[in-house]
Design a protein around this ligand. Structure first.
Ligand code: PEP
Ligand code: MG
Length: 752
């Protein structure tokens, strides 16, 4: 049964369109359940009716024509009840309705299941039988599974249809607000795998770069082939399937093959991807012309080699775009490395079909101050090169907006720019609230920051330097010396303020391209300090590289992510001692100095709340990562767009935990800051101030605004508003705070 189910699901997924998917499903389900009929009715919400759209068993004349009003007949009854209805004798049910045109006179039994996606009724899936038959539980679960599978296919197809029908696309497409701001520009769709058929003949003046990229691709493909051949021969020395890769290897090492491609690049000024396509297509055409079966079979080899080269070159596809024109990057899944590959000056916005507000690409977009929307459902091929209005604050995009909408957005962009200029004028003023309380504002970073040197001194530190970001941009693990290079550059560029470097936090949604961790449940898996303690050499070499980079400077602090237990803190600290002693041994007697860094841990896992007193003596400070703390408290994957509506840092449980941590750490007299995204948000920051937090670390794009606001608020007043609320009704708390902001003329910053 399971195999049958899997086969049906595969055929539904693989079907090129909804019509074929539904046809496959009804035919195969009828056969698998030994039923006499299987049909699908789809909802037409505007007309409040269902339409028979596919059937194996009912009259084909009725398909597409027969409709049932909502609530009518057994189909309407399933839709109304939104539950499985299983009847051995359907004709005696009060809702049974006889429809002469569909030819169901002969059916007695009825099993109907609602097709629902995101709580929306899309249709009903029905199985019928001539003889009275009570379908059993496994039949029920079989068709419930199929209905669920069909639901996403129907929802997707409806969305595409709607967009293609309304070719004006003027309606906003909703997604997740991942990085604030608005922009208007043309869409540039990026495909991770370049399909040879879709490669365009693009010309370039920079032929040297293209030749270099092609040479690198050859080298990388050769490496892949070597690895494959080795793996095959190790697994089974007699296995002759390695031969196929030897043929590929010979082909890419054949001088004339490379020379022809290089010639096409240099003489025709073609992009490397276009040249590979041209030459490989010529080879395929010649091979297919011959009579020999052997030669024709070789076309498959050429295609495969071409595909391998194209996929290595796919990143260089970015360069096939006119990079003087502003673009909105659109992709199935935007990765952090892709974001930094596109020059900052042209990258105006980001749209990712997958991902969520706290996925790594979203965090990168915020740190680069680029508006972003995640989790939208749009057909990539249709939006390519179209003009898009992207509203990262509302979390929506409009494809091919009409001129009025476009003008409206351009006005919003102008206004926001003006507001930013206003707050930035005060960037270098002290941050003291009107009731005289000092608040420290630090920076979250991961890339070198585009900031004026004198402004850096008006930061209270770099509160979070995510070391995984420079790691993400490498093609293999950086060596200790390489790491020392980028840490040193960073520490020196912020030499007058403390810099808190966090050790590698990979795993979960942060995957290094060269060190993939495949897990069923990655958010709860091998990430952060769990991974680096298991691979002590990684942690040790990070510590040593940071320490060496900090020599002669006084500004290095180190913290560890994803801590769950006191033992992890103890072990990470012991290792830091080892690293420190090793570096000190190297430099002793040379008059060189090395300060032992302040050592801290992140509070991201709820267990920390209960072990703060045990951990506190081992650390100099704590830093609260509200992004993960929310994820783990609410058991909501922060990068899964399907559950993003449940990811809520304002959930009473999250707020109560944040209040509790502040109290406990105050009693323990331990320094704490907040470095999660919540503190860069005006409402979040105000609530955190009321809980007693006074040190925040956030993206550069939020700093000027947050400083501007703190200077104008009365923290005592805010604290009283928050204290008056028992945190059960967070909406009323937000309303009260928003009213206060309105009173002091700062309301506009709340919704921004
Ligand atoms: C956090 O979890 O809040 C945090 C700051 O760390 P990251 O977003 O890098 O996981
Ligand atoms: Mg985190």
């Amino acid at each position: 049964m399971l195999t049958l189910l899997r086969k049906i699901i595969e055929s539904v997924i693989a079907a090129p369109n909804l019509h074929d998917a539904m046809h496959n499903l009804v035919v195969k389900t009828k056969e698998s359940l030994n039923a006499d009929c299987c049909s699908i009715y789809l909802a037409e919400p505007n007309e409040k009716r269902f339409r028979l759209v596919s059937s194996d068993g009912l009259s084909q004349d009725a398909v597409g024509k027969t409709v049932l009003q909502y609530g009518d007949g057994l189909v309407g009854y399933v839709g109304k009840k939104l539950e499985v209805i299983n009847l051995a004798d359907a004709t005696s049910h009060p809702n049974f309705k006889y429809l002469p045109e569909v030819g169901e006179d002969c059916f007695h039994s009825f099993l109907g299941v609602p097709i629902v996606d995101q709580r929306q009724l899309l249709g009903v899936l029905v199985v019928q039988q001539k003889e009275p038959r009570k379908f059993n539980e496994s039949d029920e679960s079989f068709i419930v599974t199929l209905a669920a599978q069909l639901a996403s296919k129907v929802a997707h197809a409806q969305m595409l249809n709607q967009m293609k029908l309304e070719n004006s696309f003027s309606k906003p497409v909703k997604g997740i607000a991942a990085s604030n701001g608005q922009c208007v520009a043309r869409a540039f769709v990026w495909y991770p795998q370049l399909d040879m058929d879709h490669v365009a003949m693009v010309h370039t003046d920079d032929i040297y770069t293209q030749i270099e990229l092609f040479r690198q691709a050859i080298f990388q493909v050769q490496l892949d082939l070597d690895t494959l051949m080795l793996r095959i021969s190790q697994a089974s020395p007699k296995n002759d399937s390695a031969e196929i890769f030897e043929i590929y290897s010979m082909m890419i090492n054949d001088e004339s093959f490379s020379e022809r491609i290089i010639k096409a690049i240099s003489e025709q000024k073609l992009m490397a991807v276009s040249a590979v396509k041209q030459i490989c297509e010529e080879m395929i055409a010649r091979l297919s012309d011959g009579d020999s079966k052997y030669m024709q079979d070789r076309t498959v080899d050429v295609k495969d080699v071409a595909q391998r080269l194209l996929s290595k070159l796919s990143h260089s596809q970015v360069q096939s775009y006119d990079l003087n024109t502003p673009i909105i990057l659109v992709a199935e899944e935007v990765s952090a490395s892709l974001l930094v590959e596109i020059p900052n000056k042209v990258l105006k916005g980001v749209v990712s079909l997958k991902g969520s507000v706290n996925s790594h690409a979203a965090i990168m977009a915020r740190s680069l101050n680029i508006p972003a929307v995640m989790g939208v459902e749009i057909p990539l091929d249709v939006v390519d090169k179209k003009t898009i209005v992207l509203d990262g604050t509302k979390g929506e995009i409009i494809i091919e907006p009409d001129s009025a909408v476009r003008d409206e957005y351009e006005e919003i962009i102008r206004r926001n720019r003006h507001m930013q200029e206003l707050v930035e004028k005060e960037f270098c003023k002290p941050v003291v609230s009107i009731d005289g309380q000092i608040v420290k504002i630090a920076l979250n970073a991961g890339l070198n920051v585009d900031m004026k040197q004198n402004e850096k001194e008006f930061l209270d530190g770099v509160g979070l330097y995510r070391t995984e970001i420079p790691f993400l941009l490498q093609s293999s693990f950086p060596t200790e010396v390489e790491q020392q290079g980028f840490y040193s550059e960073f520490l020196n560029s912020f030499s007058r303020i403390p810099v808190c470097m966090r050790t590698l936090d990979v795993g979960g949604d942060k995957q290094l391209p060269y060190f993939r961790i495949d897990e069923i449940n990655p958010a709860l898996g091998w990430r952060g300090v769990r991974m680096t303690l298991d691979n002590q050499s990684i942690l040790l070499s990070q510590y040593k590289a940071m320490l060496r980079a900090s020599e002669g400077l006084e500004n290095l602090n180190i913290m560890i992510p994803m801590v769950t237990s006191a033992d992890e803190v103890r072990n990470a600290r012991l290792l830091l001692d080892d690293a420190y002693n090793e570096v000190i041994d190297e430099i002793k007697g040379e008059g060189r100095t090395l300060r032992y860094p302040k050592f801290g841990v992140m509070i991201e896992v709820p267990s920390m709340l209960f072990i703060l007193d045990e951990v506190a003596p081992m650390v100099d400070f704590f830093s609260i990562g509200t992004n993960d703390l929310t994820q783990y408290l609410l058991a909501v994957d922060r990068s899964n767009s399907k559950v993003s509506h449940l990811y809520n840092p304002y959930h009473p449980a999250v707020l109560k935990v944040l209040r509790e941590i502040s109290k406990k750490l105050e009693a323990l007299d331990k320094k704490v800051d907040v470095c999660g995204e919540l503190c860069g948000n005006v409402m979040g920051m105000i609530i955190l101030l009321a809980f007693g937090y006074r040190i925040f670390s956030m993206n550069l794009s939020s700093i000027a605004k947050i400083k501007y606001i703190i200077r104008r608020i009365d923290i005592g007043r805010i604290t009283r508003i928050v204290e008056d609320n028992d945190l059960k009704d967070v909406e009323s708390l937000k309303k009260a705070l928003s009213d206060y902001m309105d009173d002091i003329g700062l309301q506009r910053f709340i919704n921004e």
